[in-house]
Design a protein around this ligand. Structure first.
Ligand code: ADP
Ligand code: MG
Length: 476
């Protein structure tokens, strides 16, 4: 590939490489590929570029559009699951007994169900992630890694990055390649979905509340979204869980108020890990879920995005239940499922344990966690399973076939990282947005994409966890 030849040349010319990297970083600053860093006491003043690859990665067109074509079906699927308490209860039964975090979320879900849901509108901004599994004969197939339903971020940065990659390609003479970069344009659609939810709530003065991280490293990564809301004249506020815990309340109609403001939409950007909560902020989560505010997403939809549900969906006959009249949709979705295995107590789970212990390098062991850095690979799988295999603790995990993506050479630009040629692989994410109002899906869309790339040295990934970097697909 032309990019490969250019990279080989650049690496032998450190001055040229360093200048190009600096130019790319400066452009990144200008177009909004930004994030805060953890350094320094006054966080808001310490800014760097979000990490990204110097060159875009080649993505086969067929796989790219296959992933995009699936997104509205995944939106529909997630929404159907979120409205199926029997399915959720059965799917998560073993997990709830083994995993306190899932149990807590499920407890909130049950309580809301028991009281009767106050709000029948829901908005969901999601991202379905895939890798291209490379088989021995050189062909590759698109396999879903997971679907992110709760706090799926990265779209604003991803929308800004192609400008930088186009510049880099052009400045090394790769004009034809620069025309094959695929632009992402998620932010207008994501903001339109939030705006629709706000409009349906029907109270001009009420705000969209972003529930944000304690340490807002990726705060700048959502500025485009905020700008879109400003342009639409929609008031929004940002609050940490603790602030919600201290300042929020419900009135007699279960309207949610904070600091004198009525909340129309709660948009969670945080709260996907146990350590995001304290005893008090669990109460705040419950308060928001019980409220009349539209949630992005609501608790049932959050649970539909668990890894356990992903595994149950891969069982024979389950997709058919959700798409009874659409065998083609079932086939289309199922084609992207890797092997997924239950570790619940019982014969099937025993077989999965034995299979993983015999061949740990072929699998990934996943707990019910998000955000990267939580999965087990290789000998770590053996260690964990040996400890939990004979009791119900093992149901906290699922087992998945390990995907082996193709590797390429690239240079990662991250603050503090030297400019070295590294063997990398990517994960393609497709964003989706939907709004359901009562029984009616009034918006169901595929938005843009996110390509995140990591060094092969790392088995797990994640941009926030400091492993992956942003990338742009160059369609081939
Ligand atoms: P998280 O919710 O923490 O993002 P993921 O399921 O996306 O959990 O896994 C995190 C990372 O682990 C992925 O981005 C990917 O790099 C790696 N990974 C996950 N599943 C697989 C798999 N089946 N095969 C190979 N790598 C995987
Ligand atoms: Mg992931």
């Amino acid at each position: 590939m032309a990019t490969k030849a250019v990279l080989q040349q650049l690496i032998t010319n450190p001055d040229r490489l360093s200048t190009l990297a600096d130019e790319a970083k400066e452009l990144a600053f200008q177009v909004g590929v930004l994030m805060h860093t953890c350094e320094g006491p006054s966080l808001p003043e310490v800014v760097t570029h979000a990490p990204f690859t110097l060159f875009p990665s080649s993505v086969p067109k067929a796989a790219f559009f296959q992933a995009r074509a699936l997104q509205t079906h995944f939106n529909t699927l997630v929404d159907k699951i979120s409205q199926d308490p029997e399915f959720l209860e059965e799917a998560l039964e073993g997990t709830i007994q083994a995993d306190d975090f899932t149990a807590k979320l499920f407890g909130i879900y049950k309580q809301v169900q028991l009281e009767g849901q106050t709000q029948s509108t829901v908005v969901c901004l999601s991202r379905s992630d895939y890798m291209l599994d490379q088989s021995e004969d050189g062909t590759s197939s698109l396999k879903q890694i997971e679907i992110n339903i709760f706090a799926a971020a990265g779209f604003c940065v991803s929308d800004c990055l192609p400008v930088v990659h186009r510049y880099v390609l052009k400045s090394v003479g790769l004009l034809e390649e620069s025309e094959r970069l695929h632009d992402s344009n998620s932010t207008p659609q994501m903001s339109a979905a939030l705006a629709k939810a706000w409009e349906l709530y029907g109270q001009q003065m009420a705000v969209i509340m972003f529930v944000v991280e304690d340490l807002q490293i990726s705060k700048l990564g959502r500025h485009q979204l905020e700008k879109e809301l400003w342009n639409r004249n929609i008031p929004f506020i940002c609050r940490r869980f603790e602030e919600v815990s201290k300042g929020a309340s419900l009135d007699g109609d279960k309207k949610l108020f904070i600091d004198g403001l009525e909340v129309a939409v709660v948009y969670y950007r945080y709260g996907y890990m146990p350590d995001h909560y304290t005893e008090q902020t669990w109460d705040a989560r419950l308060l928001m879920e019980r409220s009349l505010a539209v949630k992005c997403p609501d608790i049932g939809t959050h649970l539909a995005g668990t890894k356990k549900v992903q595994q149950v969906l891969a069982r024979p006959g389950v997709l058919e239940k959700f798409f009874p009249e659409q065998p083609q949709v079932v086939e289309q979705i199922r084609a992207t499922f890797a092997g997924l295995y239950t570790l619940d107590m019982g014969q099937e789970g025993d077989q999965a344990v034995a299979m993983a212990l015999a061949n740990p390098d072929k699998f990934v062991l996943k707990p019910q966690r998000e955000g990267g850095g939580n999965n087990y690979f290789g000998q770590d799988i053996v260690q964990v399973l040996q400890e939990v295999q004979s009791d119900k603790r093992r149901a906290a995990y699922i087992l998945m076939d390990r995907i082996r993506p193709r590797t390429e050479q690239n240079i990662q630009l991250r603050k503090g990282l030297p400019l070295t040629l590294t063997s990398v692989c990517y994960e393609l994410g497709v964003y989706g947005a939907y709004v359901r109002h009562g029984r009616h899906m009034i918006l169901n869309e595929v938005a843009g994409n996110l390509l995140k790339t990591k060094s092969n040295e790392h088995k797990d990934a994640g941009i926030v966890s400091g492993v992956s970097v942003f990338d742009t697909p160059l369609l081939i």
